[in-house]
Write a protein that binds this ligand. Structure first.
Ligand SMILES: [Zn+2]
Length: 383
């Protein structure tokens, strides 16, 4: 057992990080971990942090997974570990200034002071510039671990000062094995989920454990077959948007309330009191942040639906071209074959293009319903 066990399908990256943790000659004080969503950036960053702090068990160092330094780092409670978590909408300049303060302190008990920034791409340029100086000349015991989807997502100035480690999309089989081992999931369910999630570890886990999530995904894929005309297409787009809204709301409502209660408490306001005017702007700020987070979440859910649809048409194309590769959606074999028989490869490619365009529009802040209607209309049978 070691801290690297959960970093699935990344032998090359693990080799580099593991060596850095045990060999001072291979060590650097600023790292940039990149990889597509679901490749396990934050898991790898935490494992690396644990390996750096590891004090060893039975002579095994570099992330034994059993010593107190390892277990507390993985649990996120090690006093010399700071993690800027991933669900932030945007990392503010004040937060970065706090981080830099923290980074300048010597470790209290650990071997290093480790600062993990899970989404280094969510910083404005001005904020990044503040961070730059800290990364350039870190104190000897401080290690920065920045994560981003790709190196292009961070400013070149930051990139050039960090050592890059690239994570790849892990094989579905590896993801399935992790789900079986760590979450005690049935092997067949695990493999289906890993394929359906296209090796996105967190998503595969949710699909494997949550029947509702599987149902929602099935419903999205059903849309492909249900759309016969423009009327169905418009309805389907509305449905996709509504489902995403509901899911985003379910995920954020409870947390929003907790954050608001915490803020009011911090401001010394009792529940039910009227908020003094001078404090209103702080509450407004929080509410604006929460609104942005909900919007972002909704767009993430929608994007995921489109990736699912894309995987379905990819399967259709596989069948149409007679390619001998596994279907992502083997359990939707019937739908895939029906669509394949009903259209030409050129039409399938056009549909995939339409989904791609909708994803881009959504990313570019086009109103979700507009982007999706254009997409679903393009998915209907072309006669
Ligand atoms: Zn250890």
């Amino acid at each position: 057992m070691s801290v690297w066990d959960d970093v699935v399908g990344q032998p090359d990256a693990v080799a580099v990080l593991r060596r850095a943790a045990t060999d001072p000659a291979a060590m650097t004080h600023a790292w940039l971990l990149t990889g597509p969503p679901g490749s396990g950036r934050s898991v790898a960053a935490r494992a690396f942090a644990a390996a750096l702090q590891c004090t060893g068990t039975d002579g095994e160092t570099g992330g034994c997974g059993r010593c107190r330094a390892c277990t507390t780092t993985l649990a996120g409670t090690h006093p010399d570990l700071t993690v800027v978590a991933t669900d932030k909408v945007v990392i503010t300049i004040d937060e970065v200034r706090d981080l830099i303060m923290t980074a300048s302190r010597t470790p209290s008990s650990g071997r290093f002071r480790v600062i993990v920034v899970e989404d280094a791409d969510r910083m404005a340029e001005r904020t990044t510039n503040v961070l730059l100086k800290a990364i350039e000349e870190p104190p000897p015991h401080t290690v920065w671990v920045l994560c981003a989807p790709s190196a292009q997502d961070v400013l070149p100035t930051i990139r050039s000062r960090c050592r890059g480690v690239v994570l790849r999309v892990p094989p579905a089989q590896d993801v399935a094995e992790l789900l079986v081992r760590r979450d005690d999931i049935d092997p067949a369910v695990a493999l289906t989920a890993a394929r359906a999630a296209q090796s996105h570890v967190g998503l595969a886990r949710r699909l494997a454990r949550d029947a509702d999530a599987r149902e929602r995904r099935d419903a999205v894929l059903e849309i492909a077959r249900r759309i016969r005309g423009v009327g169905d297409a418009v309805l389907a787009a509305g449905e996709l948007v509504d489902v995403a809204k509901a899911e985003a709301l379910a995920a954020t409502t409870e947390r929003d309330a907790v954050e608001k209660a915490e803020l009011l408490r911090a401001l010394g306001v009792q529940e039910g009191d009227t908020l003094p005017p001078r404090l209103r702007s702080q509450l407004k700020q929080l509410e604006d942040d929460q609104k942005r987070r909900a919007t972002r979440r909704q767009r993430d859910v929608l994007d995921r639906s489109m990736v699912d649809l894309l995987s379905l048409y990819r399967d259709v194309l596989v069948v149409q071209l007679g390619a001998s590769v596994d279907l992502v959606n083997a359990e939707h074999d019937g739908t895939v074959r029906a669509l394949a028989a009903d259209s030409t490869p050129e039409q399938t490619i056009r549909r995939m293009d339409a989904i791609g365009v909708a994803r881009e529009r959504l990313e570019g802040n086009v109103a979700p319903l507009l982007a999706l209607e254009a997409m679903t209309v393009a998915l209907r049978p072309q006669g």
